[in-house]
Design a binder for this molecule. Sequence first.
Ligand SMILES: [Zn+2]
Length: 98
Amino acid sequence: MSVPFGERHLRLVDPSETDPETAHGYFGLCPQCGRHDGYLNIGSEHWFHCDTHKVKWCAGSNLFSDWLEETNEEHARHWAKLAGYREILPAFDRESRP
Ligand SMILES: [Zn+2]
């Protein structure tokens, strides 16, 4: 089975592999396809996004500490990538919650 989302991004950040809460939609999912392509940090804010549908949503700030290890240049790159994405309200997969 092929992975239908951006390999480029997966190498950058891949929370869906490492964080089961993220993988199950705790932080929201694209309402159109029910998945996400991980998150990018912009400053302390974590922006989840769907590359297929070019949508994004902010899951909160300072929930994950990795933003502290990233540079301003990385955050600027993340911002540039997501600038063209539409901000939406995510769907939540309630059935996956205990
Ligand atoms: Zn989508």
